[in-house]
Design a protein around this ligand. Structure first.
Ligand code: MLT
Length: 410
């Protein structure tokens, strides 16, 4: 008798984005005419072509693979040194991060889920609410939670509410937790954390021998020079945090796939009997056992993000998406809806009109405006009453979405 992992049976419905896709497909099948007008601002998937510098680097890499003298088979599991060094030089200069503390992968979604392999049972895990659903679902799958209640909250997780009152940055917990997921700029609220707020989290983690899993996938969208871009800008973070970064949203690699985790060698966890254990060798062992490295052309393409041409092309992409975010913010505000985020992040977080739940709003936008948004409650109970609009789209589509928001709610 083949036994299954029954934790999977605790998961609520589908993962959020496949569930949205299912509803959208049902709509398009039932409304072929309206389907032609559909504009998707749900999942945060990039729409603009890959930067020319990345494409060129990938073409060259493919040609190298086509030549016996430069052919490459398996690469280093941790990633090629040329990419790890470029990352450190361009993203972590002066922050005390070494190239061998960077692990290249094929995506932050996988990284944030896979990292749980190296942590033991019995950790108290804190997540923000609302939250990127992958953090929750992967903890459910691995058995770190009990069942969900009627609001979708899982027993055993510590939920840290993020509200307009706290600027969507949670208060430090009044109890001890062992692992805490923080994501800034935040998905889904588009909020950012200040240096003082991250300092408080680092102080808490150090005092409690906790580890911060810091997801900085949207770092490139920060416009305000005062905001920290990395947890490692905070003194002491090397001893209590790891950071997840991605090429998906800056370089437009959502389909190409490339990301990385920074794990300082000074980061420690503990055995059940309280012995210190460095995290880096555990992840190195896990990564090299279950992963054979991102492909060479992809890593070459990723490194080209840091070339002079690549930097300029990425900056243009970010500027375009942030221009979209501004238009979306203005349109929602003009329609009288409460608007958050979208200033240092590509997500605009919007309060639903009075009397509408998040899924009501999803249906209204789909049926009346023919626009796909993401219902806030899909990100957690505290997301109820909100919806998220992704600024990843063409300018023409965003302008049209703004017109439709005006027509539907103005
Ligand atoms: C989102 O829409 O929240 C993101 O695109 C999901 C992801 O990056 O996996």
């Amino acid at each position: 008798m083949a036994r299954i992992n029954e934790n999977f049976l605790k998961l609520k419905a589908g993962y959020l984005f496949p569930e949205i896709a299912r509803r959208v497909n049902a709509f398009t099948e039932g409304n072929p005419e309206a389907a032609k007008r559909l504009i998707r601002c749900g999942i945060g998937d990039v729409t603009e072509p890959l930067p020319e510098a990345c494409r060129q680097a990938m073409h060259e890499a493919i040609d190298e693979l086509g030549n016996a003298a430069t052919f490459k088979g398996y690469g280093p599991e941790q990633g090629y040194a040329f990419l790890r060094e470029a990352i450190v030089e361009n993203q972590f200069a002066g922050l005390g991060i070494a190239a061998d503390e960077v692990f290249i992968s094929d995506g932050s979604k996988c990284d944030t889920g896979n990292i749980l392999d190296i942590f033991g049972k019995g950790n108290v895990i804190a997540i923000t609410d609302p939250v990127y659903p992958v953090y929750v679902d992967t903890n459910v799958m691995i058995g770190n939670t009990g069942d969900a209640d009627e609001t979708g909250a899982y027993a055993g997780l510590v939920y840290l509410p993020c509200t307009p009152e706290n600027g969507f940055v949670p208060a430090i917990p009044d109890r001890k937790v062992d692992l805490v997921y923080l994501c800034y700029p935040n998905n889904p609220t588009g909020a950012t954390a200040t240096r003082a707020q991250l300092e408080a989290w680092v102080a808490y983690a150090r005092a409690n021998q906790a580890i911060i899993l810091y997801d900085a996938a949207y770092e490139a969208f920060i416009q305000d020079p005062e905001l920290p871009r990395s947890i490692f800008e905070i003194e002491g973070a090397r001893d209590c945090a790891m950071e997840f970064r991605s090429f998906s949203k800056n370089g437009g690699f959502t389909g190409v796939r490339c990301a990385y985790i920074v794990i300082p060698k000074t980061l420690k966890g503990y055995t059940a009997d309280g012995q210190e254990q460095a995290i880096h060798p555990l992840w190195s062992r896990r990564h090299s056992t279950k992963f054979n490295g991102a492909s060479y052309p992809v890593q070459k393409g990723a490194a080209a993000v840091f070339s002079e041409a690549g930097k300029a092309q990425v900056a243009a992409l970010i500027e375009g998406y942030m221009g979209n975010a501004k238009l979306l913010r203005e349109a929602c505000a003009a329609a009288g809806l409460p608007v958050f985020g979208g200033v240092n992040a590509p997500y605009v977080w919007v309060g639903c009109p009075a009397g509408l739940t998040s899924w009501d709003m999803f249906d209204k936008m789909l049926n009346e405006a023919n626009v796909v948004i993401t219902p806030g409650s899909g990100f957690g109970a505290a997301g109820e009453g909100y919806f998220r609009i992704s600024a990843f789209n063409t300018r023409a589509n965003v302008e049209e979405v703004c017109r439709r928001i005006g027509a539907t709610f103005g």
